[in-house]
Design a binder for this molecule. Structure first.
Ligand SMILES: *Cc1c(COP(=O)(O)O)cnc(C)c1O
Length: 389
């Protein structure tokens, strides 16, 4: 096996420096605008960004806020659920989904996900509904929508609010069985997103936003995110101080202009990996739901065992290919959430995914030489060396 042990050029999991270098003059100009206007909180760039992102997402109302976790908290606050109400959420997600629920004194109700798409299992959601259920939070994990047809049906049937945690699938679209097409995050009562630097649309710091098609809810959310203020020094509600900095909004306006082309570049990387790896035994490439587009926040393989996963990761590392496990511990087994009383074995799909998934580098600036090398290194792991070699 003549596999070189070093890549053609260093491979990074994420290459924000290269991505920003390509648009540096525009980022510099945005910074100069903010310095000149000197309105660092709630400056005009924030509203301009909100309108432009809303237009990008099919005329949704966009309410910027401090980060994606605050966005989830604000979304829940806008529902005014009774204390102790239950909120159904996935066992396989980033912890922020459960954290926003718990911090408000609401009760996270964990349910399992579907192995193929990593999305909430609609049947498990329905089985978890009780008279105390106030909301369902669906996470469009890794960039593809969960089963929104069935999840929206369950939410409607039981009159429960559907919140979409869309931190990872900005710009993804979903085609309902009736033909209606919607952007991820604009289907539920309210959607949330994050501009954490590594997300598909990342700020140069923290940032987040709420998405809704309801103008009145947008107004309410805007007030909640700004100290519950209806006009200056008049506080109708107990709110948060959670605002997107003017500087981040100005930088995000620049980056939003490139989001579509960066998404296309990610999809091209994914298509390359698909073709190069689909015939590899003992490895599953990301499944596609034909109803959803996939914006590939992550390109996540599923291995056949925990041992295979860990050995593949070591093999990749040895050959200069970074990879990450998103996520190694399911929600219900995190120490902070032991008070909920869940035990190992309760959500077998999520638990198995935590031990068998592995995400490969997927960013818009990977070269074809790097991609060929990565695929070659992955395939070499599964080739049993002949005794004479
Ligand atoms: C990143 C992320 C969040 C949190 O966003 P922050 O801006 O870091 O607070 C929430 N949910 C999911 C699924 C995420 O990936």
């Amino acid at each position: 096996m003549s596999l070189p042990s070093t890549p053609p050029a260093p491979i990074r999991l994420l290459d924000l420096a290269a991505q920003h270098a390509a648009i540096q003059p525009e980022l510099d100009a945005a910074l100069q605008t903010v310095l000149a206007e000197a309105a660092f909180i709630q400056g005009a760039e924030v509203e301009r960004f909100a309108l432009e992102l809303g237009a990008y997402l099919g005329e949704a109302h966009v309410v910027p806020c401090g980060n994606g976790t605050d966005a989830l908290q604000l979304a829940l606050m806008s529902l005014n659920l009774a204390p102790g109400s239950e909120v159904i959420l996935p066992a396989f997600t980033y912890i922020a989904t459960a954290e926003a629920v718990a911090i408000l004194g609401l009760r996270p109700v964990v349910v399992d996900v579907q192995a193929a798409t990593f999305g909430l299992d609609p049947a498990a959601v329905e089985a978890a509904i009780t008279p105390r259920t106030g909301a369902i939070i669906v996470v469009h994990l890794f960039g593809q929508c969960a089963d929104l047809d069935l999840l929206a049906q369950v939410a409607n049937r039981y009159n429960v609010a559907l919140i979409e945690d869309n931190a990872q699938a900005i710009g993804a679209t979903y085609q309902f069985e009736d033909g209606t097409e919607r952007y991820a995050g604009t289907v539920g009562v309210v959607g949330t997103t994050s501009f954490f630097p590594s997300k598909n649309l990342g700020a140069l710091g923290d940032g987040g936003a709420l998405l809704t098609r309801d103008a009145r809810r947008a107004t309410y959310l805007r007030q909640l995110a700004n100290h519950g203020q209806t006009r200056k020094y008049h506080h109708e509600y107990i709110g948060l101080n959670s605002r997107l900095d003017t500087l981040q909004a100005a930088l995000l306006r620049v980056k939003l202009r490139y989001l579509a082309s960066w998404t296309t570049a990610r999809q091209r990387v994914a298509a390359y990996y698909d073709a190069a790896l689909q015939a590899t035994p003992a490895l599953q490439i990301p499944a596609r739901d034909p109803r959803s587009s996939h914006v590939f926040h992550q390109y996540t393989l599923t291995l056949s065992s925990a041992q295979q996963r860990d050995l593949l990761q070591q093999h990749l590392q040895h050959h200069g290919v970074p990879s990450v496990v998103y996520y190694p511990v399911p929600t219900h087994l995190q120490p902070a959430y032991q008070y909920l009383g869940y035990a190992a074995g309760q959500f077998p799909v999520a638990e198995r995914l935590c031990t068998t998934v592995l995400s490969l580098p997927i960013h818009p600036t990977l070269t074809s030489a790097q991609l060929e090398y990565i695929a070659e290194v992955v395939r070499a792991f599964f080739v049993v060396p002949s005794p004479s070699a």
